[in-house]
Design a binder for this molecule. Structure first.
Ligand code: GLU
Length: 373
């Protein structure tokens, strides 16, 4: 668990959330200088070999200015959706340009809440992110505001960032705020103190979110940041709130050691609970001795090692993996439905391609989506 802001920002895979008010000024103009300095921060982290995922707001704010909508484009859902669809184009090209100036490749992903709740779509998003990061691109993610309806919106990118960290298998999340972190009172008051470490997001901590503090044009104040911290905690991922208003905020927060760290107590166990806990497996994969040994060493389940399949399951369903003696070894999310699994079991990658008529996935159950029992 990271002890300092600098440790946390050094995570091999880091999600950074940038809010609207950092990117767009109250007149709707892009804060180009800030963005250019932030891009330098990202370049420096990439040089150290870190994978970076950016969750970027700003579409609604940008689009509202371009369409001359009042209330920052948040007067109605229809306004927000129209503003987002105009603003997102600008936002994507901004990131592409700013990161491109350092030879970095930006990749856009727009997601809705239901994309990440449905396990099949969750797996697809995870696979796309993994591939992008593997190819050294920088995913820039926003909510698909133009089509997400009120009931199924994240509504704020703080919580989205925490969910994205889970999908991306990140080890840390940094939320850029307009204050230094969580205070035990109103951050503007003299006697309020910054809380450097929160062990647990308790109801008392939740009460520390002072209404009205937080950016004027975004939607996330401290309350949504604390909700994000809760989600990250449940997923076993530490999260920090740092001040984003400075130039080059990541290097600055690391050197100042200033911000609030939310320690994720549960660690890997949380993921296990999430993967295995409440869900009843929909099927069983029986694997041979070679596969069983490889599994215990942290490998994925490949079709070649499967000798039998029980149950009817769909891609994304939870399956249990047992050895030849029926001993439960692991459980995880199936990359194929039962029918396709039956078609490819026992086959090498090349044989699978011939049988399926398309390039097979890397595994039947990928180790990233599996826990050993
Ligand atoms: N997705 C929204 C946008 O791009 C921002 C949500 C938020 O303010 O957190 O404008």
């Amino acid at each position: 668990m990271p002890k300092t802001i600098s440790d946390l920002l050094n995570a091999p895979r880091l999600v950074v959330k940038v809010g609207s008010s950092l990117l767009v000024d109250p007149t709707g103009a892009v804060r180009t200088r800030w963005l250019a300095r932030f891009a330098e921060d990202i370049r420096d982290l990439k040089r150290k070999g870190q994978d970076i995922v950016i969750v970027s707001s700003g579409a609604i704010a940008l689009g509202a200015a371009r369409l001359h909508l009042d209330k920052g484009g948040r007067g109605s859902l229809a306004d927000a959706q129209a503003a987002a669809s105009v603003g997102q184009i600008g936002l994507a090209s901004l990131w592409s340009e700013m990161l491109g100036a350092h030879g970095l490749v930006a990749a856009q992903l727009l997601v809705t809440l239901s994309d990440l709740e449905d396990r099949r779509r969750y797996l697809n998003a995870a696979a796309t992110l993994a591939r992008l990061l593997d190819a050294d691109a920088i995913p820039v993610i926003n909510e698909n505001d133009s089509i997400a309806t009120e009931e199924i919106r994240f509504g704020d990118n703080d919580r989205l960032a925490a969910r994205v960290a889970q999908v991306a298998q990140a080890q840390a999340v940094a939320l850029l705020s307009d204050v230094d972190g969580l205070y035990d009172g109103d951050p503007r008051a003299e006697n309020s103190r910054l809380i450097p470490l929160v062990e647990r997001v308790t109801p008392e901590i939740m009460e520390m979110a002072v209404p009205g503090i937080g950016s004027g044009i975004g939607s996330g104040g401290m309350a949504s940041k604390l909700e994000a911290a809760q989600i990250a905690d449940r997923a076993g991922i530490p999260l920090a709130i740092i001040n984003g208003t400075h130039e080059a905020p990541l290097s600055r927060a690391a050197s100042d050691a200033r911000g609030t760290i939310f320690a994720a107590q549960r660690g890997a166990r949380a993921r296990q609970v999430w993967l295995g806990g409440r869900l009843a497996p929909a099927g069983t994969l029986i694997v041979d001795a070679g596969c069983a040994t490889a599994l215990a060493d942290g490998a994925s389940v490949l079709a070649a090692g499967i000798t039998g399949i029980e149950g009817e399951f769909r891609r994304g369903d939870l399956v249990v993996i047992v050895d030849a003696n029926g001993r439960r070894m692991a459980q995880g999310l199936a990359e194929y439905g039962a029918q396709e699994c039956r078609t490819i079991m026992g086959l090498s990658q090349a044989q699978q391609a011939a049988r399926l008529g398309y390039a097979p996935r890397a595994a039947v159950v990928h180790r990233d989506h599996m826990v050993l029992l």
